[in-house]
Design a protein around this ligand. Structure first.
Ligand SMILES: NC(=O)c1ccc[n+]([C@@H]2O[C@H](COP(=O)([O-])OP(=O)(O)OC[C@H]3O[C@@H](n4cnc5c(N)ncnc54)[C@H](OP(=O)(O)O)[C@@H]3O)[C@@H](O)[C@H]2O)c1
Length: 312
């Protein structure tokens, strides 16, 4: 067995004194409303204090209700949890940003947000339709709004005091750089797909250099099999250190300096995914040497959510 450590409690400071984000986060991308509520409560009970939400997930009300009940029931103060939500693609026009933010905050039943992210850099046709398409099924993009203008509206939310930090999601290094250069308030967090098959090393180096937290999603390869959870290197390390493959993958992510999101849907998995410990150096290095490369989610090239496997 490996020694227990404080990886579970690790918090990473955010730029501009915007507080600290718990490295181990719970993601709320759960289609079912009832499961959203039980899974969120189970995550809180297991020890998760970082909750990742999105307008697009359609379940902010359920997450908010579960958090309220969980906090009250356990005597946990609002300041002890870290809550993120995201601006959807159909709300990129600057005048739509504040109303979208306020609607999310109201659904979550909170008075402020710890972090607000632009969900993807792709602007869709503005309006209430979240997935606007033409008659051939092609996405209707909005060519009249620049990402920097959306970003400036995000900066105003920080000025208002209702949002402590802002960031981007599903963005490439090339997309991030110009926003970083022009921003008055620099992005505090960048949320992207990342795991041993997609380490995003160059992006992570840039983030480390600029004081941006890289927040990794799909750390378990979205649970797809065959995939990371059955990778022979991961399985061998798990057996060697007396942990599960999921715990090894989450520990690796936190140990390399990223924050990470995972979505356990049952109480047992919430306890399992929270119970991570520092990997021995040789195991950590072995994972860094994995050569397989695979992006699971194409959202970074289209703005359309989804997990479409592409092996290279
Ligand atoms: N910004 C974006 O565009 C974006 C995109 C995707 C996700 N996210 C965020 O990232 C979060 C995490 O993403 P993710 O769903 O890819 O997370 P993930 O934890 O990599 O994958 C979740 C899958 O892994 C399985 N799983 C969870 N714990 C397990 C364990 N201990 N052993 C075996 N399988 C396990 C789950 O199975 P069961 O379903 O059977 O429990 C589920 O199918 C999301 O909830 C969301 O907040 C953001």
């Amino acid at each position: 067995m490996i020694e227990s450590s404080d990886l579970r409690m690790k918090k990473i400071p955010l730029s501009h004194g915007a507080g600290r984000v718990p490295a181990l986060g719970f993601g709320t991308l759960i289609p079912d409303a009832a499961v959203t509520m039980t899974a969120t409560r189970d995550a809180l009970e297991a020890g998760f204090r970082h909750f990742d939400c999105a307008e697009r997930y359609g379940n902010e009300r359920e997450v908010g209700k579960a958090l309220q009940e969980g906090l009250t029931g356990r005597g946990i103060a609002r300041e002890e949890i870290f809550v993120t939500t995201k601006l959807w693609n159909s709300n990129h026009r600057p005048e739509r940003v504040q109303p979208a933010f306020e609607a999310s905050v109201a659904r979550l039943a909170l008075s402020y947000l710890d972090l607000y992210l632009i969900h993807t850099p792709f602007a869709f046709q503005p309006g209430d339709e979240q997935d606007p398409r033409d008659q051939n099924g092609n996405v209707l993009y909005d060519r009249e709004v620049a990402l920097l203008d959306t970003w400036k509206a995000m900066e105003s939310l920080v000025d208002s005091g209702k949002c402590r930090a802002i960031g981007l999601s599903d963005i490439t290094l090339d997309g991030l750089k110009p926003i970083y250069e022009s921003a008055r308030i620099k992005p505090a967090v960048v949320q992207v797909e990342s795991h041993p098959y997609l380490p995003e090393t160059e992006l992570l180096e840039f983030c480390n250099e600029k004081g941006i937290v890289l927040l990794a999603f799909a750390p378990l390869g979205h649970g797809m099999k065959p995939g990371l959870l059955e990778d022979p290197v991961i399985s061998a390390i798990a057996a060697r250190v007396g942990k599960t493959p999921a715990q090894v993958l989450l520990a690796w992510a936190v140990q390399r300096g990223t924050a990470v999101l995972t979505t356990p849907r049952t109480a047992a998995r919430a306890r399992e995914n929270f119970d991570i410990s520092t990997l021995p150096e040789d195991a950590f290095d072995e994972i860094n040497r994995i050569q397989t490369r695979q992006r699971l989610n194409n959202v970074v090239t289209t703005g359309v959510p989804g997990f479409i496997p592409k092996v290279s």
